[in-house]
Design a protein around this ligand. Structure first.
Ligand code: BES
Ligand code: ZN
Ligand code: ZN
Length: 497
């Protein structure tokens, strides 16, 4: 979707009119409306037939051709950037053939941040995954374009803010494209090839692929154990942005299970197709790198994705196996369906030992238990540093992507390290607190930094996106399928804006 700015008053296509609840009047400043449409809007608003509750819409068609969509922002005092973002998304979701492909948005009393947020909502929601659909009349491409009319003095700054938002949205949409891709076409090396192609687009981006043979040589026992049962072998993909910058830098790690059957601990059949989204963590990380590259972020950022397909096979790992990970620590694999933590053990270890991270954040569709705890409304957020956890929580709040603080307790760590025959076990002792035991397990693979008395564990956060990466019906930014959540959170955290 193309969003442009105009300091004129012309209205192209459908007029979009965001209104506050209780103040439903046509602002005087709106000019250039065909007279019959103007009369209709005034009548509807005057008669109180449109209540501008958050996300309410009404379409009006004038007899002389003009069209308008009224959209509610809710009460003035509650109309913050989030309300504007949702209203923008609602407009696009409500667009039908009758509205045509061109929209002109006329705000009344919105500041720069709110106008940008509205545009962001429109762009985020303007997405569909139809790569695998034959194009016909019912599925014609609707290439929406929107124009925002604003004061002349605001035009340059607003245009820059919306360009930046569009760049970030390109990262969100990339994350969705990767997640929505069917698993016959999305396998570890296919992801790696997409990453390599992406890196060619930017002079300051680099991608390195550690293939199956190299992963075995390096001793990536977690990644290898999960991926070896598939004919499509596992790999690790490392993205570097602005690698020539010196000093500590943010480090992202993503779970990239391109399909999770559960392995020998096979999952039940119902909804197993959804396990194509089990690479959502790696898609989040890839999407974030695209967003950062696209806005021209000048700092260094490194991301690692751990790609594998979890299959049952003659050469698959078994429950009961003990594997040795990159860290040298061993894991008793009690359930092959708890595979995300196995691949992440190598990714986290590499992140903290081969790089100099300011912090490490991992993303993973890790546990069904997290969905039980938080539903589809919030990502589970754990960290070994309270301040860092708060920073991520706040970055998420700022952009309307909730990440909820969860406890990283010593008791859970004890539970995951009391295997009789190995250093750790990949399954808790019972079924309770499954999202917390998973987080406590991951912590065992976050390296320490410094030496002697000064040694301390790297700042690390874990984000379980099992409930938020797809199927979040209340997420207005997306119709269906992958949400692309937390690309915007990470851009906010990393860039501070
Ligand atoms: N990918 C799943 C987690 C998942 C399940 C995400 C449902 C979204 C929806 C993960 O690999 C898994 O299977 N976890 C197990 C862990 C258990 C065996 C300890 C789970 O959650 O049941
Ligand atoms: Zn699993
Ligand atoms: Zn999984």
């Amino acid at each position: 979707m193309q969003v442009t700015i105009s300091s004129g008053n012309n209205i192209n296509g459908t007029l979009v009119l965001p209104l506050f609840e209780g103040e439903e009047t046509l602002p005087e400043i709106v000019e250039g409306i065909p007279s019959s449409l103007k009369a209709q809007i005034n009548r509807v608003l005057g008669d109180g037939d449109f209540k501008a509750k958050a996300n309410a819409t009404m379409t009006l068609v004038g007899t002389d051709g003009g069209k308008a969509m009224l959209v509610g922002l809710g009460k003035t005092e509650k109309a913050d950037v989030h309300a504007y973002r949702e209203a923008g998304a609602t407009v696009v979701a409500s667009c039908k053939k009758v509205h045509g492909n061109e929209l002109t948005v006329v705000f009344h009393g919105a500041d720069m941040a709110c106008m940008t947020s509205f545009a962001e909502g429109m762009m985020l929601r303007d997405y569909s995954y139809d790569l695998y659909k034959k194009k016909d009349d019912d599925h014609e491409d609707t290439n929406l374009s929107a124009r925002i009319n604003c004061d002349e003095g605001d035009a340059t700054a607003l245009s820059a803010a919306i360009d930046r938002a569009a760049s970030i949205v390109s990262g969100v949409h990339l994350s969705r494209d990767l997640g929505n891709c069917p698993p016959n076409d999305m396998y570890p090396m296919a992801f790696a090839e997409k990453a390599e192609r992406w890196a060619k687009e930017y002079d300051n981006a680099k991608v390195e692929v550690i293939d199956y043979e190299a992963a075995k040589r390096h001793g990536m026992g977690g990644l290898v154990a999960v991926g070896m049962g598939s004919s499509r072998k596992p790999c690790m993909v490392i993205f570097t942005l602005n690698g020539d910058q010196k000093g500590r830098h943010p480090m992202l790690v993503g779970k990239g299970i391109t399909f999770d059957t559960g392995g020998i601990s096979l999952k039940p059949g119902a909804n197993m197709d959804e396990m194509k989204y089990d690479m959502g963590g790696s898609a989040t990380v890839f999407g974030t790198m695209e967003a950062l590259a696209s806005i021209g972020y000048p700092g260094k950022v490194v991301a690692i994705t751990c790609m594998a397909e979890n299959m049952p096979a003659a050469n698959a790992q078994r429950p009961g196996d003990v594997i040795t990970t990159l860290s040298g620590k061993t894991i008793e694999v009690l359930n092959t369906d708890a595979e995300g933590r196995l691949v992440l053990s190598d990714g986290l270890w590499k992140a903290g030992t081969d790089y100099d991270p300011e912090y490490i954040v991992d993303f993973a569709t890790l546990t069904g238990a997290c969905v039980v705890a938080l539903g589809h409304e919030a990502t589970g957020l754990w960290s070994n540093d309270d301040d860092f956890r708060t920073r991520i929580h706040e970055a998420g709040n700022d952009v309307g992507e909730l990440a909820w603080p969860m406890p990283l307790l010593p008791a859970f760590e004890k539970e995951m390290t009391d295997s009789k025959i190995a250093d750790t076990r990949n399954l808790g002792a019972g079924r309770w607190g499954g999202a917390n035991t998973a987080a406590a397990f991951l912590k065992q693979f976050v390296p320490y930094r410094g030496e002697g008395d000064d040694t301390e564990q790297n700042n690390w956060a874990h984000m379980d996106i099992a409930g938020t990466y797809w199927g979040a019906k209340t997420n207005k930014m997306v119709g269906h399928g992958a949400t692309g959540i937390h690309v915007r959170t990470m851009v906010r955290l990393i860039t501070g804006e």
